[in-house]
Structures are given as structure tokens and as C-alpha cells.
Design a protein. Structure first.
Length: 204
């Protein structure tokens, strides 16, 4: 899916100007990187608000049309109002096709309902991670990484090292060890409750 949105260069700067822009339904922001000067820009709040609700927008190379000049960018930071559904500021980084990106992409979990730990043993899936840090060239950027749970048994886990990554994509791992991505846990109380009912039942 290709995302394109409009931006205009911002002339007024400062806190007061940003406040006036937001009252007028405009989001102040910045586009930077790729060995070019950073530019202060404005976005239409309604247009970007709806794009931000799409998961793919956060992990895709998107196009900013800045007064007719198109920039390939990725979303780097979103500042939200503390308690209202209002976007306060957006940061986009230009993309260089020859330079690797480093960003987080979501994990999509498949086949939980047919895994032995759920289907045969009545467990529940615990999603320890919901996204993963990756690095790759822009052309190889996946919108998400799939995690297939079809063979996962009770008490077993899938680790970061077991993820099947698209071609050209590498995980960026911070710290030591091999983090757990997902595991299947036993539902607490099920067996104990059944035993308690039997113990409480009167003798025939």
C-alpha cells in the first residue's frame, strides 16, 4: 500500500505560532535527514489523523508532497495531546534508497487457535512482544513480521532468534539473551476448580 499526503512549508515559527496552527486544524512538523537541510512543515490534521490510525503507515516508506516536491520519508515521532485525540507534532525522516533503515515493525501472530497448546491443552497465548527492531534497505522494508504459532505446545515459547524474516531484513537485538516473543500459558484455576467441585459433591 502506498501512502501519500500533503505538506506545506511553515513560515511562522515558535510556540505561539504552533498553538494558532493547531487551533486551525494544522499539525506542525519537521522533515529531516538524507544529508539535506531540515524543513519546518505543516500537515492537515484530519488527513494525518486518519493515516496514523493505519498500522501500515507506521512501518512503511511514505510520500510527503511538499508543495509539489515529493519526499520519500518514514515516520519517526508522533506527539499526542495528553488526553484528547489531537496530534501535536510529527517528525519524518527522509529515506535514502542506498542506506539501511532502523525502525520497529509490528508482529502479526498466526494460527494460535490450531496450536497444540491452545487447541489440545486449553492454554492461552501470551504475546510478550508486539513489535521488533529491524534493519534493512528501504526496498526490503516489511509492513510487519509474521509469527506462526501452529506448532507451539503448552509451556513452550518462540524467541526472537526463531523469527522467519523476509529477505534482506535483520533483527536489531539490544542486550543479552534471546528474548521471548510469545509463549503458551496454562489457564489458572481450571483444574483446581474441577477437583474442588468433585471434593464438595456428596457421596452417592
Amino acid at each position: 500500500m502506498q501512502f501519500t499526503f500533503n505538506a506545506t512549508k511553515r513560515v511562522e515559527k515558535g510556540t505561539g505560532a504552533s498553538r494558532r496552527l493547531r487551533r486551525a486544524g494544522v499539525i506542525p512538523g519537521i522533515i529531516y535527514g538524507a544529508n539535506k537541510d531540515a524543513i519546518q512543515v505543516n500537515f492537515d490534521h484530519n488527513e494525518l489523523f486518519h493515516l496514523l490510525r493505519n498500522e501500515k503507515f507506521h512501518s512503511s516508506v511514505v510520500t510527503a508532497d511538499v508543495e509539489g516536491s515529493k519526499e520519500n520519508v518514514i515516520l519517526r515521532a508522533t506527539q499526542w495531546h495528553p488526553f484528547r485525540q489531537i496530534v501535536l507534532h510529527l517528525d519524518f525522516q527522509r529515506v535514502d534508497a542506498s542506506q539501511k533503515l532502523h525502525l520497529k515493525v509490528p508482529l502479526h501472530f498466526l494460527n494460535a487457535e490450531v496450536s497444540p497448546g491452545v487447541k489440545l491443552e486449553g492454554g492461552i497465548v501470551s504475546h510478550v512482544l508486539t513489535e521488533v527492531d529491524i534493519t534493512c534497505l528501504p526496498a526490503d522494508l516489511p509492513e510487519f513480521v509474521e509469527v506462526d504459532l501452529k506448532d507451539l505446545a503448552m509451556g513452550h515459547s518462540i524467541h526472537v532468534s526463531q523469527l522467519v524474516l523476509p529477505k534482506g531484513v535483520e533483527v536489531v537485538h539490544h542486550g543479552e539473551g534471546d528474548p521471548v516473543v510469545a509463549t503458551i500459558l496454562q489457564v489458572r484455576g481450571g483444574g483446581d476448580a474441577a477437583e474442588g467441585d468433585e471434593a464438595a459433591a456428596p457421596a452417592a
